[in-house]
Ligand binder design. Structure first.
Ligand SMILES: Nc1ncnc2c1ncn2[C@@H]1O[C@H](COP(=O)(O)OP(=O)(O)O)[C@@H](O)[C@H]1O
Ligand SMILES: N[C@@H](CCOP(=O)(O)O)C(=O)O
Length: 292
């Protein structure tokens, strides 16, 4: 049995505008976690993003997901050490929590010599509360995620080669839990119909015809309700869209996801206060390899 694994897990952008809680895309920004089985105890070391804020005991999210996955695969380590090197910004809508959870699950499966399976996606999605980010981090590419009678499921799609994501990351944080609380219990039927059409179109635009992205990423289910949490984000989304760039709030915000035709943002859109990062779609999802 392997006594150590290195896990590299991508962040993600969920919703993709019109696909609230359903669509996700993996991004080429990765956290890396080394997990080693030792004689006893628990050690958690964290560097990079969130290093000063996350706990370093059993309540650490990677550890919690690891323990839960160990129970699923029947693996009982005597002791364990975690070295977390984080690159995915926390609480910005780039799927850091899902990535942490997928890292913990993948580490447990890797140490037990098991391939990731439907139970792994189920566990990661239950932890997160929705499967869009978790499936993207697990499988890479573009995902459609759904739940059925309590079971979380997802399919992975190959993104169109021309997708050149740009993420605009503000310094302010926003908790996904908090902004889910801003969503109404019901929406107008016309908005639901709009969302059904646009999200179906988004699947085509993301995989076959990016010229349709501007129309396809238009949302009526979540962004406007959440706007009070991040007005500057919505101003940038509106300005980019008015300039012809497909843009949406990434996940539950406050990052903006843009998919400009050539990967370049137009001059003239004021992005002051945002760290503009050119990215790429991560195609492979979480990677696990033995540690030497
Ligand atoms: N790599 C990580 N290690 C430990 N905890 C993490 C990690 N990433 C995220 N978290 C936890 O998840 C919270 C952010 O989750 P959330 O509000 O869903 O935002 P995000 O969009 O970044 O997933 C952080 O404040 C932290 O408590
Ligand atoms: N569908 C979820 C996605 C949350 O993504 P995150 O990266 O902000 O955690 C939602 O919109 O609540």
């Amino acid at each position: 049995m392997t006594t150590g694994v290195r896990v590299a897990v991508p962040g993600s952008s969920a919703n993709l505008g019109s696909g609230f809680d359903a669509l996700g895309m993996a991004l080429d920004i990765r956290d890396e976690v080394d997990v080693r089985v030792v004689d006893r105890g628990l050690v958690v070391r964290v560097s990079g993003e969130g290093g000063e804020n996350v706990p370093t005991d059993e309540t650490h999210l990677v550890v919690r997901a690891f323990r839960a996955a160990c129970a699923v695969v029947g693996f009982a380590p005597s002791g364990v050490e975690f070295d977390c090197r984080n690159a995915i910004p926390h609480s910005r809508g780039l799927g850091s929590s899902a990535a942490a959870i997928v890292a913990g699950v993948a580490a447990a499966y890797g140490l037990a010599g098991r391939e990731l399976d439907t139970a792994a996606l189920q566990l990661a999605s239950e932890f997160e509360g929705h499967a869009d980010n978790a499936a993207a981090s697990m499988f890479g590419g573009v995902v459609i995620a759904w739940s059925e009678g309590g079971d979380y499921r997802a399919v992975r799609l190959d993104p169109h080669d021309d997708l050149r994501p740009v993420v605009l990351v503000p310094s302010e944080e926003s908790s996904t839990k908090t902004t889910r609380g801003l969503l109404p219990a019901v929406v107008p039927h016309a908005d639901a119909a709009f969302a059904a059409g646009r999200s179906a179109l988004a699947v085509h635009a993301l995989t076959r015809d990016p010229s349709l992205l501007l129309t396809a990423l238009d949302d009526r289910l979540h962004q406007s309700y959440r706007e009070p949490a991040w007005p500057a984000t919505m101003r940038v989304v509106h300005d980019l869209r008015a300039a012809g760039v497909a843009a949406a709030v990434s996940g539950a915000g406050p990052t903006v996801l843009a998919l400009p035709k050539d990967g370049e943002l137009p001059v003239g859109v004021d992005v002051t206060g945002f760290d503009v990062r050119r990215s790429a779609v991560d195609l492979g999802g979480v990677r696990v390899r033995p540690l030497g």
